[in-house]
Write a protein that binds this ligand. Structure first.
Ligand code: HH2
Length: 427
């Protein structure tokens, strides 16, 4: 098993959503609005059925919903753009205002992608890696949304090395993207499990997934229910859950960021388990759990993971800007606020947020220690004295710290007394 790069967290803007890549393996739920998809064709042709399926996948933990209107299975009848759009647009229009996760559109046609984004999708999933429709790269650039660039070819013939061939395809896609003005940060690579490959090729792709990591772009894999699993296990399409989950876990262990699946709940559970081993999430000094809400009358208010860009750091590259994450914890006796139910007796969360923002987005400094002290000063000033106030703890994390190798977390933590108005403080 390879060591999955940790601390290498990336943020992918999809419309009004921001996907956090690198902290855990994300799940993309498949929603095929087609009569002929290989495993679920005809199940979600009605808008109501498609909406219900998307909601169910989100409830099961899907991070993205991938809506497709044309089957890619071998032998599927090609669908004109108008028909593809007719199938998916009503579903996207119905889902976009209500879903708490981004919608991607599974299409290689620029016209369909543009219509889907206008209807509310905020990611394109092109199974021909920008190389089928000559307008796709320019359309993706104009729409300004992330694009999944999948490797594909008509025949499973690889005269040279399989991975080298897939990488050469990606290089061409990246060239087209750059020429059209698609920012590199908008691209996700997918080696195309099940596309233009024999079962042996597909298994080799999974075994060698780690060889795509150094391309420096997020990776996606879509092994769900595919025939290679049937080939290995001798099972029909509806009995390929365990095979899918096994491949999803191997993908996570290799550093893949997003796994595309039909069976979301099983994948989410398996990936969470896999991530606990391979990504070793930062559970925090208290194991990720809040301390008991009250210890002898004392309680804790915590705002964690407030994220802002700042220009702090020692190196020139850091001074161009990087992400900082801030945790603010207030310890005190919150009895007064609980009794009065009055904000004047409590800590104002929005005020804390603004105070942290002022410090992080303010005057650049070199050291994380300085920044943590400034955050603490701003928060204490913003809070003012409060009844029952006690201690303030500030933790400033630098997720993209310039270190030579993988790391879990870099942070500075400090504590300050938080002046009490009428109550007494801890010391
Ligand atoms: N696989 C399918 C469709 N789209 N997109 C990406 N990025 N990666 C994949 O592996 C991938 C994909 C095929 O699966 P499915 O959508 O279930 O079948 P069909 O094409 O028959 O609708």
């Amino acid at each position: 098993m390879r060591d999955v790069p940790r601390g290498n967290v990336r943020y992918l803007r999809c419309g009004r959503f921001t996907l956090e890549l690198g902290r855990r393996t994300l799940t993309m739920g498949v929603l095929n609005v087609t009569p002929d998809s290989f495993s679920d064709g005809g199940c979600y042709l009605e808008v109501d059925a498609a909406v219900a399926r998307a909601r169910a996948m989100v409830a099961e933990g899907a991070d993205i919903i991938d809506v497709g209107g044309e089957s890619t299975r071998p032998g599927a009848v090609p669908v004109p753009a108008e028909e593809e759009a007719r199938r998916i647009l009503p579903v996207i229009r119905a889902l976009a205002p209500e879903l708490p996760v981004p919608i991607s559109v599974d299409t290689y046609k620029a016209e369909v992608a543009a219509a889907a984004v206008a209807a509310g999708a905020s990611m394109i999933n092109d199974v021909w890696g920008l190389q089928r429709d000559p307008d796709m790269a320019a359309t993706a650039a104009r729409l300004g949304v992330p694009v999944v660039v999948m490797h594909n070819q008509s025949e499973p013939v690889y005269p040279g090395d399989l991975v080298a061939s897939i990488r050469a395809f990606f290089a061409e896609s990246l060239r087209l993207a750059a020429a059209a003005g698609v920012p590199r940060e908008h691209i996700i690579l997918d080696p195309g499990f099940g596309f233009g490959k024999t079962p042996a090729h597909n298994l080799e792709v999974v075994a060698r997934l780690g060889e795509f990591v150094d391309m420096g772009l997020p990776l996606l894999l879509g092994p769900s229910r595919k025939s290679t699993i049937g080939h290995v296990l001798g099972l029909p399409v509806q009995e390929r859950l365990e095979g899918t989950v096994a491949l999803a876990v191997l993908a996570a262990a290799a550093g893949v960021d997003i796994v595309r699946v039909h069976d979301v709940q099983a994948a989410v559970r398996a990936l969470r388990m896999a991530d606990a081993v391979v990504r070793r999430p930062d559970w925090g000094p208290d194991g990720g759990r809040l301390p008991a809400a009250a210890r002898g009358g004392r309680g804790l208010v915590a705002l964690r993971g407030l994220a802002f860009f700042g220009r702090h750091g020692v190196y020139a590259e850091e001074r161009r800007g990087q992400l900082f994450r801030v945790d603010v914890e207030l310890e005190g006796d919150f009895e007064a606020a609980a009794c009065s139910d009055d904000l004047a007796d409590a800590a104002d969360y929005a005020g804390i947020y603004e105070a942290v923002r002022r410090a992080v987005e303010g005057e650049p400094c070199r050291l994380l220690e300085t920044l943590a002290a400034r955050v603490a000063d701003e928060v204490v000033a913003a809070l003012g004295a409060r009844p029952g106030a006690g201690w303030l703890r500030v933790r400033v994390h630098k997720p993209a710290a310039p270190l030579p190798g993988p790391f879990g977390d870099v942070f500075v933590e400090l504590e300050r007394p938080w002046p009490a108005g009428r109550g007494e403080s801890r010391k």
